[in-house]
Design a protein around this ligand. Structure first.
Ligand code: UDP
Ligand code: MG
Length: 343
């Protein structure tokens, strides 16, 4: 792989941000003190995911005050994962961290991550030690990650979100994946290299509200599952085989019952009204078929999405980037300040 130009020794921190104006003052303060204590040059790449609450204006003001805070603004809300992917493609550091804006990923942990990176780990991902959510959600999370672990051909760490620190080489691998529905933690695992987990207790959101309702979580889980494994398709084969076996045995029995005329369940086959049985079988096969059709549709839809080749996001404005980083390869449209091709 050709390595894009990056700045040796620079730490980039990518932060997706969607309507976070209430938490920004806290975040700025914590970030600044955590980053200053690292004793290395740093930049923060904020990706404003189409905020409508004044977050962008506040971030732009922050950039004006300290140009190490850089801002990329999407033209609308493209989603958390897209925002991270865009941030990764704009980051110039030799080492790149990803944090949420709401301080659930404490910036102070970056120093421990950097330590591991200096010792030769190319990915340090932070793994949640306990979840704050209720028992049902915890069970759902655990099942999801375990399902991915057994079915995806890459080992996906349990309970690891996007909070991590990655070496430039890993970031370059991720930047070269053109897929539309990104699942950053999956791509990160796919990339390989030396990876290490760092356990931490995930605090609650510092301010503001979560943007991940049940629907968004479900869609994220769907992305993880459908873009990393063919298990749902294979399930159809196994289910089909199972039904062939069970159905074959039942069919043979029914045939013998009818032809040989013996009594079973107190009846001969010709005396049997059998309506209930038919209804149940119809429902069973009808629903299994529709379900599997839906699974098929999910994959076809993804193929369709990729074939349209739309850009993955549209950038409305960018603050603080050098001319050569503006015209990055990748699916973003040119920004207002973008100039010709890279030298
Ligand atoms: N976020 C985003 N775009 C969205 C939704 C969320 O950029 O459409 C950002 C959000 O600002 C935050 C991070 O993604 O920095 C995680 O979101 P949130 O804290 O709401 O998710 P949770 O931690 O509750 O899963
Ligand atoms: Mg959060």
């Amino acid at each position: 792989l050709a390595v894009t130009d990056f700045e040796r020794g620079l730490l980039s921190v990518v932060i997706p941000c969607y309507n976070e104006v209430t938490v920004l003052p806290l975040l700025e303060e914590r970030l600044r003190s955590a980053l200053e204590s690292l004793g290395m040059p740093w930049e923060v790449v904020f990706v404003d995911d189409g905020s409508a609450d004044g977050s962008y204006e506040r971030l732009a003001a922050l950039h004006a005050q300290d140009p190490r805070f850089k801002i990329v603004r999407f033209s609308r809300n493209f989603g958390h994962q897209a925002a991270i992917a865009a941030g990764l493609s704009w980051a110039r550091g030799e080492v790149v961290g990803i944090l949420d804006a709401d301080l659930q990923d404490p910036p102070e942990l970056l120093s421990a991550c950097l330590q591991h990176w200096r010792e030769g780990d190319q990915v340090v991902y932070c793994q949640r030690e306990g979840r704050q959510e209720g028992a049902l959600m915890r069970w759902l999370y655990a099942t999801f990650y375990r399902l991915l672990r057994v079915s995806a051909e890459v080992t996906m760490p349990l309970d690891a979100g996007d909070f991590c620190l990655m070496d430039r080489r890993v970031v370059d691998v991720i930047n070269r994946m053109p897929e539309h529905r990104v699942f950053v933690r999956g791509l990160r695992a796919w990339a390989g290299f030396r990876q290490r987990a760092l356990a931490y207790a995930r605090p609650a959101r510092a301010a503001g509200q979560t943007k991940y309702g049940f629907r968004q979580l479900l869609s994220l889980a769907g992305n993880g599952l459908f873009s990393f494994t063919l298990l749902p398709l294979r399930l159809a084969i196994w289910l089909g085989l199972l039904l062939i076996l069970a159905g074959g045995a039942w069919g043979a029995f029914v045939l013998a019952w009818r032809v040989l005329g013996f009594r079973a369940f107190g009846l001969t086959a010709s005396q049997l009204p059998g309506w209930t049985g038919f209804v149940l079988l119809l429902i069973l096969f009808g629903s299994v078929q529709l379900l599997l059709l839906g699974v098929l549709g999910e994959y076809v839809g993804r193929i369709y999405e990729e074939t349209k080749r739309r850009p993955r996001w549209v950038i409305e404005a960018a603050h603080g980037f050098e001319r050569e980083s503006e015209a990055l390869p990748g699916p973003s449209l040119p920004t207002s300040r973008a100039a010709g091709p890279r030298p």
